[in-house]
Design a protein around this ligand. Structure first.
Ligand code: T1G
Length: 700
């Protein structure tokens, strides 16, 4: 037997245990171990049945993703599954934790499946830009029917054991000792001489779809919007369709073809990069696992505006009592009413029960007394984005908050060290930059000040995990990682419209590239006045890096702040969020171009992509070499979860590596020649391009 798979007997049942921490991935050694275990069970006359179970915290969570792209090592998973299904002795899968991907495919090759109630099963391959490649698309529809199979495979979301039992995927939910229960279940199957159920031979659940082939076209239509730009979801549908139209063995072949098409596509590389980047971001070299972290049992939020309310909802959603402090009753009532409306909308959509809504609202308390933060383990300030206001709040918190409490600011651009200097405990101050809407957007940018302690970082990271945020640690600078890169991106977008493009052309090109939204529609959503205030503050501070198109200022001077004023870069009909091109804006742009002496011309789509993307990447390279981001993949995570960057492209830095830094640097250098200083290539980009390397190769 291999070290990672053990075989032992319990009564007349052979128990095959997979022990490959942390998630029992199906590495080569595990596959070989399974083959050996099955052979041992088969060969032993004293063995009448077998159980496959996972050691540690979970059943098998899939193929070993780290093996992808490497030369395949035998035995392949198909061979393992063929051995399981063709066994003459019943094989029972015993599921706890998560049976995912290849792990669920192992279960589907077994003759029976039992699970603990907390178990989850799913086929998440589509989230990696792939599809279930070991029979999952052929066996699952044979058990649960085509409709359920399509939902599970195309969404990639796991289902709980009870639901799995309801759809016929799990035969029994067991309590207590899983191993013992599975052995007893196997013995019962033998005693009752139950026929071995080989899923590959089952067909009845496919009849309905065979009689109604339109099911596939309508399912394709139903995902078009959400899966825009993605390859894998549509390949998944084709594979399930093959299960209905082809015999099992042919269907397997078709699945393999489609799997290889996904594996060969750049999309799976982008999505697999995103998978590991998200996990890598949580590793802070000087704040290792085990760094003491304060337990957050109570929280407080200063400010009940859009951000404050959304932040408070995160705490309530995680079961943490939170006090929201405001200056006036009217502002407090308005803020809490928005929170209530947001929860009611979620109940309306059936994604939250009325009872849960009441529980969460019950965890949110409003107060006009700053003293109410006295018991909080963390206080997050979400007040007006102005340094003076922030410092006044922190000076007050310093006197009220209990010793050891984390004092956090939701600032999106301001200097954390200057904010911390208003307190006597800068080690307890950290930036917790949420993204709007804060109860929806998954990204949390934690901003480390010069004096922020490791305990404060560890406590904030643990909190981020509890409120289900994907977090990235950023250094302290103007705009941290995300907004600092966004500034040159927006700068180029606005120069492009001055030079001849239109806002809708730029937005369309950027959306076709895969972004959830283009730069102009995004600004209208966020509000143009935020950027205007920052530009004015910088102008007042005579900041030299202030070269930008003045069209945005012209719009704001006319009170066009975006959706909230019914007009910005676009105009909006009352009650509608649909951006409509506005000839007034066209005229305003032409006037600004003339004023600036800009000769307007036809702007091509390719130029729009490269100028916007490389503006991001060039600034990203500066952020990396300054140590504001620890890794280029952290920048990718920031843009994937905070700015709607297409996941199948892996993030701006990964995308640049895929294109090749030689090409990126050449484009940037050409822009530098044509458009001047703001396009000076980042030294790191220049160096890596010369060395033929990528951002992935950059290590501090
Ligand atoms: N392969 C390799 N490493 C994996 C892995 C996998 N499948 N899953 C997790 N890890 C690593 C992860 O990088 C991290 O490493 C550590 O395990 C803990 O993970 C043929 C083709 C199971 C729900 O997509 O969703 O099967 O950072 O931090 O939050 O059809 O991991 O510590 O070095 O995420 O408790 C399909 C992927 C594969 C499941 C646990 N399976 N994993 O979550 O821990 S494709 C998946 C997860 C496939 C077949 C196809 C989650 C989890 P490190 P973690 P967690």
């Amino acid at each position: 037997m291999s070290d990672l798979v053990s075989f032992d007997k319990q009564g007349s049942v052979g128990v095959i245990t997979v022990n490959n921490p942390p998630v029992n991935a199906l590495s080569q050694a595990v596959r070989q171990g399974l083959i050996d275990g099955l052979a041992a069970g088969q060969a032993d006359p004293g063995i009448t049945a077998m159980v496959i179970i996972g050691g540690g915290r979970t059943f098998i969570a899939g193929a070993d993703i780290r093996e992808f792209g490497k030369p395949p090592q035998p035995p392949d998973l198909h061979a393992v599954l063929e051995k399981i299904e063709s066994s003459s002795k019943p094989v029972v899968a015993a599921i706890h934790g998560t049976a995912l991907g290849g792990g669920l495919e192992v279960c589907l090759a077994c003759h029976y499946r039992v699970a603990v109630a907390a178990g989850q099963v799913g086929l998440p391959e589509v989230k990696l830009g792939l599809l279930p490649g070991a029979g999952g698309t052929q066996r699952l529809p044979r058990v649960v029917g085509v409709e359920v199979a399509l939902k599970m495979i195309v969404s990639g979301d796991p289902i709980p054991a009870a639901r799995a039992q309801a759809v016929g995927l799990v035969d029994e939910i067991v309590e207590g000792d899983l191993r013992g229960s599975a052995v007893r279940f196997a013995e019962r199957m033998v005693a009752e001489t139950k026929p071995l159920r080989r899923i590959s031979a089952m067909d009845d659940k496919l009849q309905a779809a065979r009689a109604n082939p339109a099911i596939f076209e309508s399912f394709r239509k139903s995902i078009e919007r959400e899966a825009r730009g993605y390859l894998a979801p549509f390949k998944c549908i084709e594979a399930v369709q093959a299960a209905v139209t082809l015999p099992f063995a042919e269907g397997l072949k078709r699945e393999r073809q489609l799997f290889q098409e996904c594996m060969a596509s750049p999309q799976s590389k982008g999505q697999i990069h995103a998978f590991f980047a998200e996990r890598e971001a949580t590793k802070i070299p000087d704040v290792p696992p085990g760094t003491p972290a304060r337990k957050i049992e109570r929280a407080a939020v200063i400010g009940a505006g859009t951000m404050g309310g959304g932040i408070a909802m995160n705490f309530a959603n995680a079961g943490i009592p939170v006090t929201v402090v405001e200056m006036s009753q009217e502002a407090l009532d308005r803020g809490l009413a928005v929170v209530k409306k947001n929860y009611a909308a979620t109940v309306e959509k059936g994604r939250l029960s009325q009872a849960d809504m009441a529980t969460r609202m019950g965890l949110i308390t409003g107060s006009l007394d700053r003293g109410a933060v006295r018991e909080a383990d963390i206080v997050i300030e979400a007040v007006f984005e102005e340094m003076g206001v922030k410092k006044e709040v922190f000076a007050a918190l310093d006197k009220i908050a209990k010793p050891g409490a984390v004092l956090a600011s939701n600032t999106s651009t301001l200097d954390i060290d200057e904010i911390a200097s208003a307190t006597s405990r800068p080690e307890a101050v950290i930036g917790t930059h949420f993204f709007s809407p804060a109860n929806v957007m998954r990204l949390l940018e934690l901003v480390r000040g010069a004096k922020t302690s490791k305990e404060t970082i560890a406590t904030s990271a643990e909190l981020a995990r509890r409120i289900r945020k994907v977090w990235v640690l950023a250094g302290n600078c103007d705009g941290f990682i995300g907004n600092r890169m966004l500034a040159p991106y927006l700068r180029e977008a606005e120069f492009l419209v001055e030079e001849g493009a239109t806002p809708q052309q730029v937005d369309t090109v950027i959306c076709d590239f895969g972004f959830a939204m283009g730069p102009f529609a995004m600004q209208d959503l966020a509000g143009l006045d935020v950027g205007w205030r920052i530009r004015k503050a910088k102008a007042a501070a005579r900041r030299k890096d202030l070269r930008y198109s003045h069209v945005g200022d012209r719009l704001c001077e006319q009170g066009r702040f975006g959706q909230k004023t019914g007009a910005g870069w676009y105009r909006y009909e009352t009650g509608s969020r649909t951006p409509k091109p506005d000839p007034e804006v066209e005229a305003l742009i032409a006037a600004a171009a003339q004023e600036g002496g800009v000769a307007r011309r036809r702007v091509g789509d390719e130029e729009i992509v490269t100028r916007c993307l490389w503006a991001l990447v060039n600034e990203g390279a500066r952020i990396l070499e300054e140590g504001i981001a620890l890794r280029s993949s952290d920048i990718d995570v920031t843009y994937l979860y905070g700015y709607g960057f297409p996941r199948y492209r892996g993030g701006p830095m990964f995308y640049a590596d895929q294109v090749g830094l030689g090409r990126v640097h050449a484009d940037v250098a050409a822009f530098h020649t044509r458009h001047g200083e703001p396009w000076a290539p980042a030294p790191l980009l220049e160096r890596l391009a010369k060395e033929g390397k990528g951002f992935r190769d950059f290590a501090r």
